[in-house]
Design a binder for this molecule. Sequence first.
Ligand SMILES: [Fe+2]
Length: 384
Amino acid sequence: MTDTLRAYSSYFPSELHFGSGCRRLSADIIDRLCAPSPPRVFLVCSKSVFAQKPAQDLLESLGSRVAGTQIGVPHDPPLSCVDEIVAAACACNANAFLALGGGSVMDATKTAALLAAAPSPSPVAEYFRGQRPLPPRSLPLLALPTTAGTGAEITKNAVLTDVEKDIKGSIRSPAMVPAAALVDPDFTLALPARVTADSGMDALTQALESYVSTGASELSRGLAESAVNLLLRWLPQAYADGSHAEARLRVAEGSMLTALAFSQSGLGAVHGLAHPIGHALNLAHGLTCAVLLPHIMRWNYDCRREDWSRLGRACGLVDGAALLHAVETLAAELRVPQDFRELGLREEHFAYIVRNCRSGSMKANPRPLSDDEVLALLRKLAGL
Ligand SMILES: [Fe+2]
């Protein structure tokens, strides 16, 4: 039986809106999500986004629905940040959450919305470390991403950092899928080129990993194929000219489709390795994925040769080798280094990375990697 003949389950937001200006639907959606109670929304927003006009317009349209705010969430949110949001939201009797920002804002808010639904929430560390079962449902969450890449507005997990145990890991539950997501590409118009490149390469990686993942289905493959097509075609333009409205819209759409795909299929070894490498070297997640992507595509190449060819042809390329070449060319154009030599990878990091790379993503990779094979790859990536 091929991978795509297996049974599968899907978890999507109940409402998904896409397009320039769709943020204006927020107030109505919040009213519906909270009905029959009057809305008391806790807003979590990234600092850089909060100051900009689209966010201020949104805030104005929400008016007295907003009961409390947290502006600013650290990258790779530490558990303490989630506890702060839960405490602040409970203190103002919030009955819904709105997340406006990139992946860190989404992940912290998704976790907070889940914990705040518990009658008396415990510290998030207890859930993160598996000492306590997750609450079965979440308070309603409306998610508005302001970058195009993580897909966290769609997915059922959140990546958090346990500073005390020095690990980055996920909390996951179908209850964490946001009740509604609004993907408005207008928020991405002001993103700096480096963020555009890193988040866009994260999206492309997720689409490519989803396509060949052991959890892929016909549903996820169709979505991933469209995503790869859009991202390969439009990411260079969005990077070169951030004010190009169509490029921004297409990249945001590609990113959304990617999330719909990988949230069903799982990912692969790029993501398995990117979490511990990114944590050890303090690198942006998208950049870490972008460096790893061509290496892992080559590793997986032979065992998914037909899939790569089919996907390459769907993108207007002659075969899978041309697809790999197109990915390498795009990474070079977006100034992604070919390895981690200049980014600080040293032999002293290897044991940590090997110890912490065995996530669900690693298990979904079509060609397994033993610890020795991970070590050989790390040596190559460090230039040793
Ligand atoms: Fe990712």
